[in-house]
Each structure stands twice: as structure tokens, then as C-alpha cells.
Design a binder for this molecule. Sequence first.
Ligand code: MN3
Length: 258
Amino acid sequence: MPPKPAGADHHSEFNVDRRKFIASLSALGIGLAASKAEAAAGMINKVTGFNERNIKMAKYELTVLPYQYDSLEPFIDKMTMEIHHSRHHQAYVNNLNNAIAGTEMEGLSMHDLLANISKYPAAVRNNGGGHYNHDLFWKIMKPAGGGAPQGALADAINAAFDSFDNFKEKLSNAAMTRFGSGWAWLVVSGGKLVVSSTPNQDNPLMDVADVKGTPILGIDVWEHAYYLKYQNKRNEYVANWFNTINWDEVSKRFTESK
Ligand code: MN3
């Protein structure tokens, strides 16, 4: 039998004493190492590093995708969707909640926040826009989407752009010529449909936008939206993206905007 390591008895006695010590603290209602307990209970989000309990109390929440991460294949790949939604969009939500916490901004609707965004810090502009824009983006796409709009929206597109093909060309051009990161939009502005684009996470609801109005469709042209599958070929991403559009949802937003 091998000799016991020196000090082994001492250590086991120490552990027993330590357990008794912690038990006595608990009996006294003293919470030792509460944050470690939270981490052990899985309350700290491994991706974001945020305490999930605080996120649940926060004003804004990540949009639940109305389809699966692989549902928009082959036009948008599963890994892009997963990273885009669970990391990029989640980060906008977390950063927005942190930026407004304990300020007057917490009491405002998203619409009021965006309409007066020039008064507020850059973190609110970037992350408030980021949350609004992605919430719209997920919802105006669907599996087996695409085709062309019907009814009143089709009539309004024809009236504003002469034809659906001309509208597609105009939106594609806005998406392609947006330098760097940003969005291209179909906007109800002054009762008319127009195409515009914005930099970064700005949108037409913001008082800083060149074209102001209600966005009813938007395409994300940040590289994180397409780079894994398309690399530098933004034109292919934009062309394929038309196959994901949920025209029923866009029509609904068109009707609600009036
Ligand atoms: Mn994005």
C-alpha cells in the first residue's frame, strides 16, 4: 500500500470544516459566492456574457424567428442566419437595453425614440436602429418567398416605379451603391412609395434620415448578412434575396402605414 501523501488527513479535515463553515453561513442567510451560483445555474449567457435574469427584466427582447435558421436556404445559408440572429441581433438588443436603462428613454416607444434619435447618444441610434431594422428584416422574409406583390401594393409599386421590374432594379441599385454598411428600403413617404438607403443602422423612421417615412421592406447589406456565402459578391446576394421576400407581410405593413 503506497504511503499517504503528506498532509492528506489535514486536507480532508479542512474540507469537512469548510463544508460546515459554508453550511453555517447558509443557515445565517449569508449568500456566499452568489455570482458563482448564478454562473453554475446557467444564468450567464455563454455567447453574450450577460446575466439572463437581467435580460428578462429588460425592455427589449430578441425577435423570435418565424422560421428555422436553414429555412431560407439556398438564398441565405443556415450559419449566416444563426450568427446574424443569435449574435448580431442579440448584441443590438443587449446594448440598447443597457444604453436606455435608468434614463428617460426607457419610457419611450421605439417609434418615439427613433423619431427623435438626434437627441440621443450614438449607442441608442446604432443599437435602437439595429433592433428595429432586424426585427423588420426577419419578418419580411419567409421560406419559399419571392414572386411579386398582389393587390393594392402591386398597384402602388406600378404607379410609383412604372413596373415591378423597375422597382427591383431601383432597390437593387440602392443596395449596391450603399457604400460600406447599411440598408436599402422601400418606404411610404408622404403617401408615396419611394426607394432609399441609409448608412449603418439608421432607418427612415429617424429624424436624421435623408428620406423620412415608414419602411415596409428593407435589405441588410452589411457584410455580416452575406459574406460567409457570397464573400464580396453583394450583387448575387441582392439578386437572390428577392426570392426570400414575404410579400404578404410587406402588403400588411403597406396597409398599416396609411
Ligand atoms: Mn444585420
